[in-house]
Structures are given as structure tokens and as C-alpha cells.
Design a protein around this ligand. Structure first.
Ligand SMILES: NC(=O)c1ccc[n+]([C@@H]2O[C@H](COP(=O)([O-])OP(=O)(O)OC[C@H]3O[C@@H](n4cnc5c(N)ncnc54)[C@H](O)[C@@H]3O)[C@@H](O)[C@H]2O)c1
Length: 352
């Protein structure tokens, strides 16, 4: 039985504790360290050891794996300390504040021979799994534009997420999830990045952005995250050479229109539409397409990432972890390119 120690008893500390204890037969949680001693009562109430210091947790020989669920600016320090104490590390996203920090941590993981992986749990989102399945099977051909959006209207919660020093802002918070989803799905380097990143309501951190990525294989993707949208666009809008697909919301499922006829018998002359006289923008004849809906899978607790981590620890084959070091590295580099693009008003050309 593997034992997890948790650093940071906030929202995500609780999330992992519940998931591991309820779902992961080969892993248990032994205890927690939180910098705020007022949390100890709750830790003890959960039947866990409340460590007085981070070192006490890191020096506990029973702990195999340390979960880092602290604000982003503490990920690096604790990751290095945990790896050097001989523990495997599961780090919350965003993996680090920047890629220099990540390289330092990956070097220590290499040196110590321990696992360092990241909780990119949105690879199991039900809406995303539909998109990935359609993409992998080529059901409606190859995408030329993918649009992935998450839009809120309440601003950023007024805690560490609003501060630069703690790594707040929407790029590192939600951006990293949506970027990871696309990089995991599209097996091709990103060759161009262009972004507009706004500090609309917060001086220190970004709260709204649009990010364009061009992949070497010709696919283009737009990621938009915002916290000031009072009407919203669909979660996904995807255009492929053989059809289009819309996913309105997290639980709506997908509406797909698939092209049947590639050889259209175009009418000659002007067509009168609500848009005025236009043949180009007139609707497609109904018999040239097929329309279908894909239901969302039933909601269930997703714990594959934790199971894969246990498999990796058990077998010693670290390639079994869900999120590999290079995947974390690529997301970090895309976010850095996006900030640079926005600050300098340029397209970043690279091969990420
Ligand atoms: N994967 C996801 O879907 C997801 C969702 C939310 C948050 N997160 C990530 O999880 C991490 C934690 O977020 P949260 O929402 O749980 O935050 P939170 O504010 O709810 O909890 C953070 C906890 O860490 C403690 N803490 C702060 N500094 C500390 C330090 N130096 N040492 C020890 N404890 C310290 C705080 O007292 C608090 O209990 C962040 O990196 C965040 O980006 C991931």
C-alpha cells in the first residue's frame, strides 16, 4: 500500500484526499502539512496526521508520494525538497511559475531517480473526451480551426489567485488545462503562437485572453479564457474538412454536422438569403449533410491519473505516469510564448 502525504489542505488537498481514500485501493493518505495551524483540527478530524512542519512530513519514512496542493509559487521549493527526501511527487497544475523553475525540478527528479508528475486532470473531462474521440477517429476529417473556450462573469476569486507573486491569473490557472488538452490530442509541434492577454480588472494578473496556436501539421487552434463575459460562446467549436462540431457546455454533448457530398452541384446565378444576395453564404442543401448528436458520458469520479501513478511506482517504470515531463514543459513554453507575444505584439515562431 503506497502512502501519500499532502502539503496544502485547501480545496485541492481535500479533493485528492477524498479521491485517494475512496477510489484508489493501492494508495492511502497518511497525513498533511499546512502552513496555517488552524487547519490542523480539520486534518485530525479526517483521521490524518497533522504534521507540525513540512520536514516532519518529508522525513516520515512511511510516505512514498507527496502531493503539492499549495499556491503556485511554492511548487518549486516543495518539489525539490520532497524529491531530495526520496519521495515521488504529484504536483498540482500549473506545474511551475515558469520553465526555468521546471527545468530545475526536472533535473532534481533525474538526479534522485524519483517520479515528478503533474495533475492535468482535465484530460478526462467528458466534453474533451468527445472531441478527442472525433479527432482520433477522423469522423469529420481533419480540423482546420479548433476553438476551445471557458468564459465566466465573476472575475477571479479574491485570494492568492489575484496576486502575481503567487502565480495568479487565468493563463496559469485555466490556460494550462486547455493548452494541455490540445497538446495531448494533436501530435504535432506548435510552430506559431500569438496572443492577446488582458489585465481588465486586475492590475497584477491576467483575467482575459485569446491565444492562437498553429501546429506544424496545419491545424490552428484558438483558446479563449475570460472572467468578464455576460453572454458566452460554446465550450468547443470545431471546423474540419469533412464537417463541423459544437459542444455548448460541460454537459451538453456534441452536435455534429458531417458532410456527405463533396461534389456539390452549385446553382448558377445569385441566391437570395437573409444575408442578402450571396451564393457563398447560402445554407447547404439538407441532403448534402448528416446531423447527429453525441451524448455526454455519465458523470463519474475520474481517477485514472492516480491509478497510472500507482502503476508507475509499483513497476518502477516511470513512463507509466499520465503526464510526462516533456508534456509539462511544452505547456509551460506555450504560456511563456503567449505572454511574450502579447507584451511585444508579435507572432512567436518556434517549434514547441
Ligand atoms: N487541477 C485542478 O483542477 C485544480 C483546481 C484548483 C486548484 N488547482 C491548483 O491546486 C493548487 C492549490 O489550489 P487550491 O485551490 O487548493 O488553493 P487553496 O487556497 O484552497 O489552498 C491552498 C492551501 O495551501 C496552504 N498553504 C499556503 N502556502 C503554504 C505553504 N507555503 N506551505 C504549506 N501550505 C501552504 C494554505 O493555507 C491553504 O490551505 C494550486 O496550484 C492550484 O493552481 C488545481
Amino acid at each position: 500500500m503506497f502512502k501519500m502525504g499532502i502539503i496544502g489542505w485547501g480545496g485541492m488537498g481535500h479533493f485528492h484526499e477524498k479521491l485517494v481514500r475512496e477510489k484508489i485501493a493501492r494508495m492511502d493518505v497518511k497525513g498533511v502539512y499546512d502552513i496555517n495551524p488552524e487547519k490542523n483540527e480539520s486534518i485530525i478530524r479526517h483521521g490524518l496526521v497533522a504534521y507540525e512542519t513540512a520536514d516532519a512530513l518529508l522525513q516520515d519514512p512511511e510516505i512514498d508520494l507527496v502531493l503539492l496542493s499549495v499556491p503556485n509559487n511554492f511548487h518549486k521549493e516543495y518539489a525539490i525538497r520532497a524529491l531530495k527526501a526520496g519521495k515521488h511527487v504529484l504536483c498540482e497544475k500549473p506545474v511551475m511559475m515558469n520553465s526555468e523553475e521546471l527545468e530545475e525540478v526536472l533535473a532534481v527528479a533525474e538526479e534522485t531517480g524519483k517520479i515528478f508528475t503533474v495533475h492535468q486532470n482535465r484530460r478526462w473531462d467528458r466534453d474533451y473526451l468527445i472531441v478527442k474521440d472525433i479527432y482520433d477517429k477522423g469522423t469529420i476529417g481533419k480540423p482546420f480551426f479548433i476553438e476551445s473556450r471557458v468564459q465566466g462573469a465573476r472575475g477571479i476569486p479574491g485570494d492568492w489567485r489575484c496576486t502575481k507573486v503567487a502565480g495568479g491569473g487565468m493563463m496559469l490557472d485555466w490556460g494550462v488545462h486547455l493548452i494541455d488538452q490540445l497538446l495531448f490530442m494533436i501530435d504535432s509541434p506548435v510552430v506559431e503562437v500569438y496572443a492577446q492577454v488582458l489585465n481588465l480588472k486586475y492590475e497584477e494578473v491576467d483575467d482575459n485572453f485569446k491565444l492562437m496556436m498553429k501546429f506544424e501539421n496545419g491545424i490552428n487552434a484558438l483558446i479563449e479564457i475570460g472572467t468578464h463575459h455576460f453572454t458566452t460562446l460554446p465550450r468547443w467549436y470545431i471546423n474540419c474538412d469533412g464537417g463541423s462540431m459544437t459542444i455548448q457546455d460541460w454537459a451538453s454533448g456534441a452536435d455534429v454536422v458531417k458532410e456527405l457530398d463533396t461534389e456539390m452541384d452549385w446553382e448558377m446565378g445569385i441566391v437570395y438569403t437573409a444575408a442578402g444576395p450571396t451564393r457563398t453564404m447560402a445554407a447547404r442543401p439538407k441532403d448534402s449533410t448528416e446531423e447527429f448528436h453525441i451524448d455526454i458520458a455519465p458523470e463519474k469520479s475520474n481517477h485514472q491519473l492516480h491509478e497510472m501513478l500507482v502503476d508507475a511506482m509499483e513497476s518502477g517504470d516511470y513512463s507509466k505516469v499520465a503526464v510526462k515531463p516533456n508534456e509539462a514543459r511544452r505547456s509551460m513554453k506555450i504560456m511563456e510564448a503567449a505572454f511574450k507575444s502579447s507584451a511585444e505584439g508579435i507572432v512567436i515562431k518556434d517549434r514547441i
